[in-house]
Design a protein around this ligand. Structure first.
Ligand code: HEM
Length: 217
């Protein structure tokens, strides 16, 4: 038996009602409603930018949970990590939904003040937008192929390559976004950056542990 299958002590079913696709819908709706309420209350382009920031952070949380799910369970098998690992597909698709709302607020900010958006674009290295666009391509492809009906039509090796490469590209996009902000506002954005880095460490250590467990079997 691989370590990943070891039953946890008192393996209660955590949040039995809130799992699967229901979890995805609840999360995406809650994020969309919350971010829109805050954005409308702030009003105008400042509100749209607030919406961009909120959804970037909800996306980061959901992405990092899915990104580290298997490794975290391997390192700390308990009810919480087991729940996250079981629901990683639904958290991943909720991340895609949250990032669709991020895109919606980006469009709103362009419509409300194209001059302000252009000024932001001029301050940003173009490579960042290339990476963002590639990351959005992966998010779309990974979300679509998270549905069984579509996944079944793909070879497993292709599906896996898409999801592994895509997850590192998305990780890199978050890292670059917080690195750039971390340089300017280290006290505020430093902790965000540390969390992004910690996720990569957790995933890597989990991988090493899995390899050792497979060698011992
Ligand atoms: C997968 C792609 C993307 C990721 C992972 C991402 C992530 C982020 C992150 C982490 C932030 C910082 C939020 C914070 O303050 O905590 C952010 C802000 C922002 N993003 Fe995105 N982003 C992506 C794509 C884009 C694209 C394509 C655009 C525009 C064309 C964009 C426009 C912005 C803007 C304007 C802000 C700053 C809002 C403000 O502080 O007023 N993002 N994004």
């Amino acid at each position: 038996m691989a370590i990943i299958d070891v039953p946890t002590k008192a393996s209660r079913n955590l949040m039995p009602q809130l799992t699967g696709w229901r979890l995805t819908w609840v999360l995406v709706l809650a994020i969309a409603v919350f971010a829109t309420t805050v954005a409308v209350a702030a009003g105008g382009v400042a509100g749209a930018n607030e919406g961009i920031r909120i959804t970037a952070r909800t996306s980061a949380v959901l992405f990092l949970l899915a990104f580290t799910a298997s490794a975290a369970y391997r390192l700390w098998p308990n009810d919480a990590t087991k729940w996250v690992r079981r629901n990683r597909r639904y958290l991943g698709v909720a991340f895609a939904g949250s990032h669709l709302v991020h895109a919606g607020f980006i469009v709103a900010s362009v419509v409300l003040s194209s001059a302000r958006f252009k000024a932001g674009v001029e301050r940003t290295p173009h490579a960042v937008y290339v990476l963002d666009t590639i990351a959005y391509g992966f998010i779309l492809a990974m979300a679509i192929t998270s549905f069984d009906r579509i996944a079944k039509q793909m070879q497993y090796a292709t599906w896996r390559r898409l999801h592994v490469i895509g997850s590192y590209v998305i990780w890199l996009t978050f890292f670059v976004a917080y690195w750039r902000r971390g340089i300017t506002y280290p006290l505020f954005y430093g902790p965000f950056l540390l969390i992004i880095l910690a996720a990569l460490v957790i995933r890597s250590v989990g991988k090493v542990k899995r390899k050792h467990a497979a060698a011992d079997d």
